[in-house]
Design a protein around this ligand. Structure first.
Ligand code: SAM
Length: 224
C-alpha cells in the first residue's frame, strides 16, 4: 500500500520539519527524529542531508501519486532512498544504483536489507544496460551522482528506463561540471542539453542554503 500523505510538515517545539511517514516503525537511519502524530510515526527529513528535502522546502512541486517504480542513480548510503521508500510504500520499488562498493555495503546493510521495496544495484550508471534486476519501465528517474557527465548519464538512463511523458529529477552540482564557469551558466548549459534530448523543463530549483552551487531540475521526458 502507498503511504497516503507520506510527505508532511510536523511541528516540534514550534518548529516545522519536513518529514515522511516511517515505513519501519521505530527504526532510524541517520540520526533523524521520530515523531508520533495521529497514529502515524514520522521521520524528520534533513534538507542538509537530502537534496530532495531541500528541493521541496525551496518550492519543488512534485506529487508521488502516480509514481510506483523509481530508478535512483547515485544512491550512496541511502539517506534519500530511505525517504523515497517511505513515500512509495510497499506498492512500489526504488531501484538504487550505486557504483562504490564501499558505500553500497552500507546501503545494503542499513537500507535494502530492511526495506524490501529498495533493490540495490551495484553498477556504474554509465552502463545502464547492465542493470539486470530491472524488468519494467520507471515512473521516475532521480539522478544525483556529482559527475562531470551527470546530465548525459541521466539522459542515457531515461532513454532506456523512463516511460514517455514521465518525470526526471536531476541534481546538478555545478562545481562537478566546470569550476571555472559561473554556476548559473553551467545550469543553463545542462538545461540546453536536456532540451536537445526531448526533455521539457518544468522547474529549476536552487538548493541554497542547504547545498551551495546545486540546482534540481524537474523535466518531463517527451517522445523522441
Ligand atoms: N543521492 C544521495 C543522497 O541523497 O543520499 C547522495 C549521492 S552522492 C552526492 C553521489 C553518489 O553517486 C556517490 O555515492 C557516488 O559513489 C555515486 N556515483 C558517482 N558516480 C557514479 C556512477 N557512475 N554510477 C553510480 N553511482 C555513482
Amino acid at each position: 500500500m502507498k503511504n497516503v500523505d507520506a510527505i508532511s510538515y510536523v511541528t516540534v517545539n514550534g518548529k516545522a520539519h519536513i518529514a515522511t511517514v516511517n515505513l519501519l516503525k521505530g527504526i532510524t537511519l541517520y540520526g533523524e527524529k521520530l515523531i508520533s502524530r495521529n497514529g502515524s510515526e514520522y521521520r524528520t527529513w534533513d534538507p542538509f542531508r537530502s537534496k530532495l528535502a531541500a528541493a521541496y522546502i525551496n518550492g519543488l512541486e512534485f506529487d508521488f501519486c502516480n509514481v510506483k517504480n523509481i530508478l535512483y542513480l547515485g544512491a550512496s548510503t541511502g539517506t534519500t532512498v530511505s525517504h523515497l521508500s517511505d513515500i512509495i510504500g510497499y506498492s512500489g520499488k526504488v531501484f538504487a544504483v550505486e557504483s562504490s562498493t564501499r558505500v553500497a555495503r552500507e546501503l545494503i546493510s542499513n537500507v535494502s536489507s530492511k526495506r524490501t521495496n529498495v533493490i540495490p544495484i551495484i553498477e556504474d550508471a554509465r552502463k545502464p544496460r547492465s542493470y539486470f534486476s530491472i524488468y519494467d519501465k520507471m515512473d521516475l528517474v532521480y539522478c544525483d551522482i556529482a559527475q562531470p557527465d551527470q546530465t548525459t548519464i541521466a539522459i542515457d538512463n531515461c532513454k532506456i528506463y523512463l516511460k514517455e511523458g514521465k518525470p526526471m529529477l536531476l541534481v546538478i552540482k555545478t562545481r562537478s561540471i566546470d569550476v571555472t564557469m559561473s554556476p548559473k551558466n553551467v545550469i543553463s548549459q545542462e538545461i540546453k542539453k536536456l532540451e536537445s534530448h526531448s526533455f521539457e523543463i518544468k522547474q529549476k530549483i536552487d538548493l541554497a542554503p542547504f547545498d551551495k552551487d546545486h540546482a534540481m531540475i524537474k523535466a518531463i521526458f517527451c517522445s523522441r
